[in-house]
Design a protein around this ligand. Structure first.
Ligand code: FES
Length: 143
């Protein structure tokens, strides 16, 4: 894997500062950081969901239904920070029943909302990565 790409202001040698949210998206290894509750809502998924964060930073996270909990293409695994994320609602749990490769840390990226400052690491599962490699437009930084 290539070196991680971070927002210019992210210093990975130090923990996230107080009041900040740091999110790393694997396997791409991109890390972004911003003050909690300051992210402009991009209209995809719940405000402050992982999909919302990804959209703000031009990170590709598939969302075939537009972030309304009607597909499972935004499925991701929460590797760190689960305690700071909203509990899944009934609709998300029902939707997840139809997803492939469910694990204990599986969530829908459009529904899992970051509720407090801290450090979060999420991984986009292999089949979504393959999907990206097979020609879906992977947005670059700032695009
Ligand atoms: S984008 Fe469709 S369920 Fe999240």
């Amino acid at each position: 894997m290539s070196d991680p790409v971070v927002s210019p202001e992210v210093d990975l040698s130090k923990p996230a500062a107080e009041g900040m949210v740091r999110v790393t998206f694997l396997p791409e290894g991109r890390t972004v950081e911003f003050a909690f509750d300051t992210l402009p809502y991009k209209g995809h998924g719940q405000p402050m969901s992982f999909l919302d964060v990804a959209e703000n930073y031009g990170i590709f996270l598939d969302h075939a239904c537009g972030g309304v909990c009607a597909c499972t293409t935004c499925h991701l695994h929460v590797k760190q920070g689960a305690e700071g994320i909203s509990e899944p609602e009934e609709l998300e749990l029902d939707r997840m029943d139809t997803a492939a490769g469910i694990e204990l840390n599986s969530r829908l990226g459009c529904q899992a909302v970051i509720e407090k400052p801290g450090t979060y690491v999420v991984e986009i599962p292999k089949w979504n990565r393959n999907y990206v490699q097979e020609g879906k437009p992977a947005h670059g930084p700032g695009s």
